[in-house]
Structures are given as C-alpha cells and as structure tokens.
Design a binder for this molecule. Structure first.
Ligand SMILES: Nc1ncnc2c1ncn2[C@@H]1O[C@H](COP(=O)(O)OP(=O)(O)OP(=O)(O)O)[C@@H](O)[C@H]1O
Length: 270
C-alpha cells in the first residue's frame, strides 16, 4: 500500500512537472559587458536578458553605446570583461562569422546594398552569401530554390512589386525594407536592427511597422530606435542606455511619459 502511495505520488509529481510551463530560453544574455577604447570606457557592466521571441527596444541618447553593444554581440568587438550567452551557449569568444552562422544577423545605420543590381539580385546574393556559395554573375535558373526564397523574402518585406528594379531607383524607405530582407536572408534566430526607421518619412513608417509586426515569434528582435512611434508599438520591453550602461528597463506603456527617460533624453541627470 505504501509502495502504491509512493508510486502514485511519483506519477502525480511527474504530471505536475509536465504541466508547469517551462521558462522560455533566453535568446541573449549579457553579463557585465565592459569595453574601453584607449582610455575611454564605452560600455560599462552592461546586463541584458532577452527572452526567445521577445521584441526588445534599446533607447538612449547619441553616444550612449547602443551601436557599440550591437558590435559586441555580433563579434565586431571583443569585450574587455563580461560574457555573452546566446540560447545558453557562451559565445563571448566566438568569431564573428561563426556567430552569423549560428543565427545572429543585424542591419546597419548606413546602407549596405549592391547598387546597380536589382532587388531580386540583392536578396538572392544575400541568401547565397550566407550559405557560403561562390557568388556568380550567371543567371540562376527560374526553378532555383534560392530564387523562390528570395521572392518569398521580398513578399515578407513588402517589396515584391520592385523585384526587377535597380536598387539605386528605390526610395529611401524601400531601401530600408530591402536591408531588412537581406538580413532575413540569413534565416536568423536573433535579428538586431540598428535604427530601422532612420530617415523614413511618416508615410514609410506604417510599412516598416507592419513588416516588423508580421515577423514570426520564432525570431527574437533587438532594435535600437530613436523614433518612439516605431519603437513603442513594437517593444515588449524597453531598455534605456546612458553612458555605456543600462539604466532603465520598462514596459513600453511606462516609457513615453516617464520623467527619468525624458531626463536622459534631454541630457539631464536621471
Ligand atoms: N571604434 C571606436 N573607437 C573609439 N571610440 C568609439 C568607437 N566606436 C564608438 N566609439 C565611441 O563610443 C561611444 C558610443 O558610440 P555608439 O555609436 O555606440 O553610440 P550610440 O548610442 O549608438 O549613438 P547613436 O545613437 O548616435 O548611434 C561614442 O562616444 C563613440 O564616439
């Protein structure tokens, strides 16, 4: 009887363990990241934990260290101290191309398109480049799977109607959409967007917002963005940086009228 009770308890406890939702893994975890250039400290003990599928927006005044943080996560710079974990794996010392291969992609503030080539060619080359294929100027066959994927990505970033347009003839907004598409070509698990709305006209913003909203939650987004009209509707959590450190973390509804955030943006003491 005792044995029966014990095995019954074991069954119940196993059942409960199965029923308890497991915490979602962290896509990105930064612990104590510091970086100096010469004598200047640019990042100072940065702590950041971004859940899988989360949309994290990073705000902060010019020079706060946001882009430098992106560079550290992507492997352009090695931190002087601290660690970087990506889905539990320590990638602090992993080479940049290996991080890209592991699924970390980013966009830049400045444009990185192949001018003179069409939208389709740009996305196609991005797909091929990620796979490490030799880049060829020969036209791919119409049945090429990578070509089909390039069209799919063009749909996703709402630029399908411009497939055969030379990228020099795109509007600024369309170029930014294409840059997003090229980052998606890598099939990333963590996508870092550096000011995706920079230079967009008010008319271009809804397109970007829709595209970002429609990205699947299998993808984790970390976005540096100054434009609150884009940043706040996208964010699950907002992180504010100042002088190379994380100073505030809030849900977006608490950010807009937060006096501490406003003080940081106006350059006053928080
Ligand atoms: N390679 C480098 N060498 C020396 N200093 C650097 C280097 N890269 C960045 N910095 C300095 O680090 C500080 C943070 O720059 P960073 O570009 O990360 O700021 P940011 O928050 O992205 O600003 P912005 O919003 O203007 O893009 C700045 O003072 C910048 O001059």
């Amino acid at each position: 009887m005792t044995a029966l009770r014990q095995s019954g308890a074991a069954v119940v406890s196993t059942f409960l363990a199965d029923a308890v939702p497991q915490p979602s893994p962290l896509a990105l975890e930064l612990s104590g990241i510091s970086l100096s250039f010469g004598g200047s400290r640019i990042l100072s003990g940065v702590q950041l934990a971004v859940a899988h599928g989360e949309r994290r927006v990073i705000l902060g005044p010019n020079g706060a260290g946001k882009t430098t943080l992106f560079n550290v996560v992507c492997g352009d710079y090695s931190p002087n101290a601290g660690s970087i974990r990506y889905f539990w794996r320590d990638i602090t010392h992993l080479k940049q191309h290996m991080r890209a291969r592991a699924g970390i992609a980013r966009t830049y503030q400045s444009s990185l398109l192949f001018d003179g080539l069409t939208v389709l060619d740009n996305i196609f080359l991005a797909i091929r480049g990620v796979k490490g294929n030799r880049l060829s100027l020969l036209r791919p066959r119409a049945s090429d799977l990578d070509l089909a994927r390039a069209r799919e990505i063009a749909d996703r970033v709402r630029i399908r109607h411009k497939l055969n347009t030379d990228v020099r003839d795109l509007s600024h907004g369309q170029r930014r959409q294409l840059e997003l598409g090229m980052a998606l070509a890598a099939g990333p698990k963590l996508l870092m967007l550096d000011e995706p709305a920079a230079g967009l006209s008010p008319g271009d913003r809804p397109e970007l917002l829709c595209t970002l909203h429609e990205l699947p939650r299998t993808l984790t987004l970390v976005i540096v963005e100054h434009d609150m009209d884009v940043a706040l509707p996208i964010a699950d959590i907002v992180t504010v940086m100042k002088d190379g450190a994380v100073v505030i973390e809030r849900t977006p509804d608490k950010v807009e009228h937060d006096s501490a955030v406003q003080a940081i943006y106006l350059g006053e003491a928080a």
